[in-house]
Ligand binder design. Structure first.
Ligand code: NDP
Length: 339
């Protein structure tokens, strides 16, 4: 089996030399209860940049989800030939012993969702962890109402592109921000966003003042940083902010003792009685398939469109990860196994 391990702690944007491929011999015979799984799809996600800083040592394997095929099994629950969503990390072959009747959700092993003909890789995106992030992070936390105005940052990514489309289904006026003109065109021309802007080219405050005179009711925050300052300046009373991610700072290197800069207008936030709530998608582990099945049905009804950026080959996982952090992906970044 092959696996990717940390070769060098990241400094700023990760580099290809920070990753090492290691060959590993795995047992030829399975023990009772074990499965041997072969990866078919991997996912790279922004949280991996944070995790590797927080608690990875040199030589540790990268974690993460994959869609894998069970090629040998001594576990009745996961028979030979079936597919699983396994949290096996950046490796090709895995021997794993599912806990009988154990948790079947994100971060362990689960059966594939009922795909109803949709591509397997969707189990890592719109019908997996990012899908649930968008579904619950928007609906449970922002609780958007029809005709309200929703702003989404990193809007052309895996989570953001779903958030905006779910917002449209709920009757909101949806405004997206992304870092590239093609992405911006995709949001308005194909996904039905009411407005979209390239945040690298516009001034946020001016854009909100000119194009969002009705002001913002809900903000789905994927990026952190100064974006939220401008949203708060242009939000209605009782505005709600779903704090999902802060990718604008994931590569930032803070010196020990240095405080993060959070440009936040507390008096205005308070006067306008706004709400900000952070969340971890694991919160919905016990109803994991509600969001996934809802998104699947919207896709099948033609109400949600999905795009993926597909990289081919196990050896290219690190490059796909770097591309994701640099914004080269549109929609969900996945990696397809080629052998
Ligand atoms: P995306 O598919 O959105 O990919 C990341 C995107 O972030 C890039 O395509 C890029 O798009 C954008 N980006 C990169 N750098 C910056 C920057 N400096 N400023 C603004 N945008 C930037 O990833 P996901 O959809 O998987 O994740 C989106 C967010 O959701 C992340 O912050 C992630 O950590 C968070 N998340 C949180 C979860 C939770 O439980 N709270 C669970 C899953 C995800 P662009 O071209 O627009 O710059």
């Amino acid at each position: 089996a092959r696996k990717f391990v940390l070769a060098k702690p990241f400094e700023g944007l990760p580099k290809l030399t920070d990753f090492n491929i290691i060959e590993e011999t795995i047992p030829t015979e399975l023990q009772d209860g074990e499965i041997l799984a072969k990866a078919e799809w991997w996912t790279v996600d922004p949280y991996m940049r944070l995790r590797s800083v927080a608690n990875m040592k040199i030589g540790d394997q990268f974690t993460g989800g994959q869609v894998a095929r069970v090629i040998k099994s001594r576990c009745a629950e996961f028979p030979e030939g079936s597919q699983v969503v396994g949290y096996f990390g950046w490796r090709d072959f895995t021997i794993y012993k599912p806990v009988p009747g154990g948790p079947r959700m994100y971060s362990s092993i689960q059966k594939m969702p009922e795909m109803k003909g949709l591509p397997d890789s969707y189990a890592l995106g719109c019908m997996g962890m990012p899908g649930n992030t968008a579904y619950h992070g928007l609906l449970d936390i922002c609780q958007p109402k029809s005709s309200e105005t929703l702003v989404v940052s990193a809007a052309a990514g895996a989570v953001g592109s779903l958030v905006g489309q779910i917002g449209k289904i709920k009757g909101c006026k949806v405004i997206g921000f992304a870092g590239d003109d093609d992405k911006v065109n995709w949001l308005t021309n194909e996904l039905g966003f009411d407005l979209a802007f390239n945040y690298k080219k516009v001034k946020l405050d001016e854009t909100f003042k000119n194009y969002v005179p009705q002001k913002i009711d809900c903000y789905f925050d994927n990026v952190g940083g100064e974006f939220i300052y401008h949203v708060v300046q242009n939000m209605n009373e009782f505005g709600r902010i779903s704090q999902c991610g802060s990718i604008s700072a994931y590569n930032a290197q803070r010196k020990p003792g240095e405080l993060p800069l959070v440009p936040f207008d507390y008096p205005l936030f308070r006067f306008n009685q706004m709400k900000l709530e952070g969340f971890n998608v694991r919160r919905w582990a016990n109803n994991w398939f509600d969001g996934i099945n809802a998104i699947r049905d919207w896709i099948l009804e033609g109400k949600i469109k999905v795009r993926e950026s597909v990289t081919e080959g196990f050896e290219n996982i690190p490059q796909a990860f770097i591309d994701l952090l640099e914004g080269k992906n549109t929609g969900k970044q996945v990696i397809k196994a080629t052998n």
